[in-house]
Design a binder for this molecule. Structure first.
Ligand code: NCD
Length: 328
């Protein structure tokens, strides 16, 4: 795999192979010395044109645990604020010797533009491009769901997909690159996805996505899904009012205390709660749900490091088959 630009492009075989490598990487993270020499001598540049906490820190930890040299480049405080173009910025990084460029950018399609540009020989990993895709988030989400499913069914996660898993994803679908990547990857892995949102936060063209759409959260939760993923209301991407008030949103589409209690009644071990972060507590999710035993939100963060190690390893060493023995 030369680049990782979108989850939609991943075949079932490469998605399962990435998830399996993620399991090997998770083993590495359980050791006292959480480091392997897989990318020694390679340089990974984190090129972030948008704010980020967990994705940037997660990629940095992942690259360091693979023994790569890491350069963190935030557009704020760089010559980008003096008007330097993406081309000049990337060519500068190329001259410094970047082997992998992990890029987050506000424009949809930016990662593909970079990969196709010829400005750099580096492998490109998309860390979020506008409202388009966020493939490593979808991979870490799928990894988290696969672990839950394997644990529940008492089997090894290795080599398995998500066939039969029922996933409800709720909230600001319109502005979410996380949901776009998730819908395609979960579909490839055999899960059944239902999106729930106010009609104003559902994009035109959703009919072509491989999922169902519902506007009624209580109905979707009454169907007893295995996974409930809440999405952040992305106020910074909203230029008009998409719902009457925060209170109204929370009472109809939030995982508030009552709704959460109803969801887990009688099936506390059979449903998990996820959120990509950062959370708006009290808006899309209550503290009761976020901090509950059903919550996998911090597992998602930990799994993010394993899956980003897997992604960097696959692009930089061109893994196409199952993970190599050196990781075992
Ligand atoms: C997401 C993002 O930036 O797209 N966050 C993340 O990467 N963990 C989701 C969000 O910002 O709501």
């Amino acid at each position: 795999m030369r680049h990782l630009l979108s989850a939609r492009d991943l075949s079932l075989e490469s998605a399962v192979s990435l998830l399996d490598t993620g399991e090997s990487m998770a083993q590495v993270q359980m050791r006292d010395v959480k480091k392997i020499p897989a990318l020694r001598g390679r340089t990974v540049v984190n090129l972030f044109f948008e704010d980020s906490t967990r994705t940037r820190v997660s990629f940095e930890a992942a690259a360091k645990r693979l023994s790569a040299d890491v350069i963190n480049f935030a557009a704020k405080g760089s010559s980008v604020s003096k008007g330097e173009s993406l081309k000049d910025t990337v060519q500068t990084l190329e001259a410094i010797g970047a082997d992998v460029i992990v890029m987050r950018h506000p424009s949809s399609g930016a990662a593909k533009t970079l990969a196709d540009s010829g400005w750099t020989q580096a492998h490109v990993v998309n860390a979020g491009d506008g409202t388009h895709e966020h493939p490593t988030q979808a991979l870490l989400d799928a990894f988290t769901m696969r672990q839950f499913k394997a644990q529940r069914d008492g089997v090894s996660p290795l080599g398995t997909d998500l066939t039969g898993l029922r996933v409800v994803i709720v909230g600001d679908v319109l502005h979410s690159r996380v949901v776009r990547s998730n819908v395609w990857l979960l579909h490839t892995l055999g899960a059944h996805v239902t999106l729930v949102a106010p009609p104003t936060l559902v994009p035109v063209g959703v009919g072509a996505w491989p999922c169902e759409v519902d506007y009624d959260l209580d109905r979707a939760l009454a169907a007893q899904p295995d996974v409930v993923m809440m999405l952040r209301i992305q106020a910074e991407r909203m230029n008009s009012a998409y719902f009457p008030s925060a209170g109204e949103y929370s009472s109809r589409w939030g995982l508030d205390e009552d709704r959460f209690r109803r969801l887990i009644v009688g099936r506390g071990d059979e449903v998990i709660i996820m959120h990509p972060g950062p959370m708006n507590r009290g808006l899309e999710i209550s503290a009761l749900a976020a901090d509950s035993p059903q919550s996998r939100i911090l597992n998602q963060v930990a799994n993010g490091v394993s899956m980003r190690m897997a992604a960097l390893y696959h692009v930089a060493t061109d893994v196409t088959e199952a993970p190599r023995k050196e990781l075992a």
